[in-house]
Design a protein around this ligand. Structure first.
Ligand code: HEM
Length: 461
C-alpha cells in the first residue's frame, strides 16, 4: 500500500532485471534485516560461494510493488582482490575505492572522535570482503532467507563470518532513534520504471546512480573494466553511526524553556518536524497527517524561503539537498545526490530521556551513487563540515557534523537570528567502508558463469 501511494508507474527504460533490488526498492514497513560481512580466506571458495548465492540475489524488476524479502551482495576492493579478478580489472577501479574509506579519513573529515583509529575493531582492518544484506517485512521471512545464506556459508570453510548485525525499524512508523521520520526523500531516477509523486523535483539521469547510463552532464562516469562487470552496478557508502539520543534530548532541553520550543529547535535542525512534515509547509506547528502522507511530504522546494528564515540553511535536510537554494558557493545540486537506504539498529531510548542508558543504537547509513566516493568526500567536506556554501563560515551540520562540543547552529528568527553554541556531536562514526555492488550479469561473470546462463531465481522457499 505504502509503495503504491508513493509511485506512479511509467515506461521501463533501465535494465531493472540486472540491477540489485536494494538500490531501488523501498524498505517494507516495518522492516527487519541483517547486514553480514564476510572474509574470503581463499579465492576459489569465494567464487563458489558466490555462485551458490546467485539464485537468491534479488533484482529490482517491478521494484515499485515488490515487498518480498530481498538479498543483496557487494564487495570491498580487498574482496575483489581475494576473488582474483584480472589485474587490469582491479586496476580500473577509482583510487578512493581502492584505498578504502578509512584511508581517506582526512579527505572525509573523519578525524578526531570520528577518526578510523577510534572505529570498532571489526571495521579497522581490511578483512571485510563481502557484504550480504537481507531486508524483509517479517521476522519469519528474514529468518528463512538468513538460513539459506548461512547454509551456503557453512559449505565453505574458506569464508569466515566476521560481522552479523541484525536491525529492525527503530520506532514503529519509520522513525529513527531521535524520533524523526526518516527515509522520506530520495531522488527520482529517470527511466527507473516508476515516477515519484513529488512534482517539485525533476527526475535525475540514471547515470548518476547506476553505471553504464548517461549522467546529468550527458556523459558516463568512468567505469571499472570490462563493461560486463560495470554495467548496472554501483558504488555503496556504508557508515555505522552511533546516535547519542540522550545528549540530543539534553541539549534541546538546555536551550529551551518549553516543550514546544524544544520541538521547534529540533525541527529547525533537521528541516522537518518529527512527523516528517516539511517545515516550510507548516512553519509553526507540526502536522502529523502531512508528515505521514507520502504523496505530499516531499513535494516542496525553497522558492518561497530563499533567505532560510523558515528552513535554516544549516538544517540537515537543506544542507544535504539544497534543492533550489541560491548558494554563496555555486554547485549543481543534482550532481551530489545519493540514493539512501539506511537502517536503524539497537533498541530505542526511553522517549525524551536525557540519561544515557549505555545501550548502543544508531544508523547503518547506506547510500548508492555511480561516484559514491567522490560524492561522500564532497558532502563531508563542503556541506556537512563547512558552512561557506551558505555564508555560515565554519558552522557544521547540526545532526551529522563533527561538532565536538564547539558546534554552532544559526536559526534565523525575528528580529535577530538565534545562535546556539557548544553543540556536541550527536552522531559519531563507528566504522565504514566503500563497496562495489555489481549487476546480476556481472556477478555471473565474476564467478565464472556465462552471462547468458539463466540462473533459477528462488525468491520463496
Ligand atoms: C545518524 C545519522 C543521520 C541521521 C539521524 C539522519 C537523519 C535524517 C533525517 C531525519 C532526514 C529527513 C527525512 C528524509 O528526508 O528522509 C534526513 C534526510 C537526508 N539525509 Fe540524513 N541523517 C543521517 C546521516 C546522513 C548522512 C551521513 C548523509 C550523507 C552524507 C545524509 C544525507 C541525507 C540526505 C541526502 C537527506 C535527504 C534530503 C532531501 O532530499 O531533502 N544523512 N536525514
Amino acid at each position: 500500500m505504502f509503495l503504491k501511494n508513493l509511485f506512479k508507474r511509467t515506461a521501463e527504460k533501465i535494465e531493472l532485471h540486472d540491477i540489485q533490488a536494494i538500490i531501488l526498492r523501498e524498505r517494507p514497513l516495518p522492516y527487519h534485516g541483517v547486514n553480514v560481512f564476510l572474509e574470503i580466506q581463499d579465492g576459489p571458495s569465494g567464487k563458489v560461494f558466490l555462485k551458490e548465492l546467485l539464485p537468491y540475489i534479488t533484482s529490482a524488476q517491478n521494484w515499485w510493488d515488490s515487498d518480498d524479502a530481498w538479498l543483496s551482495v557487494a564487495f570491498t576492493y580487498e574482496g575483489l582482490k581475494k576473488l582474483e579478478l584480472p589485474a587490469a580489472t582491479l586496476q580500473s577501479f577509482p583510487d578512493a575505492f581502492k584505498e578504502g574509506m578509512a584511508a581517506r579519513g582526512q579527505k572525509l573529515m573523519d578525524i578526531n572522535e570520528n577518526a578510523p583509529e577510534k572505529w570498532e575493531a571489526a571495521f579497522k582492518d581490511s578483512g571485510n570482503h563481502i557484504a550480504v544484506s537481507i531486508v524483509a517485512k517479517s521476522k519469519a521471512e528474514l529468518d528463512a532467507k538468513k538460513q539459506v545464506a548461512l547454509r551456503i556459508l557453512s559449505n565453505h570453510a574458506g569464508i569466515k563470518l566476521r560481522i552479523q548485525a541484525d536491525f529492525d525499524t527503530p520506532i514503529e512508523g519509520n522513525f529513527n532513534h531521535f524520533g524523526f521520520r526518516d527515509g522520506i526523500s530520495n531522488p527520482e531516477i529517470e527511466g527507473s520504471g516508476a515516477e515519484r509523486l513529488n512534482k517539485k523535483e525533476r527526475p535525475i539521469k540514471a547515470g548518476e546512480f547506476i553505471l553504464g547510463y548517461a549522467n546529468e552532464t550527458g556523459n558516463k562516469y568512468p567505469m571499472p573494466q570490462p563493461l560486463v562487470l560495470a554495467k548496472n552496478g554501483t558504488f555503496v557508502i556504508f557508515r555505522k553511526y552511533h546516535s547519542h539520543v540522550a545528549v540530543f534530548n539534553k541539549y534541546l532541553r538546555d536551550q529551551a524553556k518549553t516543550k514546544d520550543e524544544q520541538e521547534m529547535i529540533a525541527a529547525k535542525m533537521v528541516g522537518r518536524w518529527r512527523s516528517g512534515a516539511p517545515l516550510n509547509m507548516c512553519p509553526f506547528k507540526d502536522n502529523p497527517a502531512l508528515g505521514a502522507d507520502t504523496a505530499k511530504n516531499n513535494d516542496f522546494d525553497f522558492a518561497s524561503d530563499q533567505n532560510g528564515k523558515i528552513v535554516p540553511y544549516s538544517s540537515h535536510m537543506r544542507r544535504m539537498n539544497p534543492r533550489d537554494t541560491k548558494m554563496a558557493v555555486m554547485s549543481d545540486v543534482n550532481l551530489h545526490r545519493i540514493i539512501r537506504k539506511g537502517v536503524g539498529y539497537g533498541v530505542p531510548l526511553a522517549e525524551g530521556s536525557t540519561k544515557d542508558d549505555g545501550v548502543e543504537r544508531g544508523l547503518y547509513f547506506i547510500a548508492f551513487s555511480a561516484k559514491a566516493m567522490e560524492t561522500l568526500e564532497f558532502l563531508q567536506k563542503e556541506w556537512v563540515n563547512n558552512g561557506n556554501f551558505v555564508s555560515l563560515k565554519n558552522e557544521r551540520d547540526p545532526m551529522i557534523g563533527l561538532n565536538e562540543g564547539k558546534g554552532t547552529f544559526t536559526m534565523p528568527s525575528d528580529p535577530l537570528p538565534k545562535r546556539f553554541i557548544g553543540m556536541p556531536t550527536f552522531n559519531t562514526l563507528k566504522g565504514g567502508m566503500y563497496l562495489f555492488m555489481p549487476g546480476i550479469n556481472a556477478l555471473k561473470w565474476m564467478c565464472g558463469v556465462s552471462p547468458s546462463a539463466i540462473m533459477p531465481t528462488r525468491p520463496n522457499y
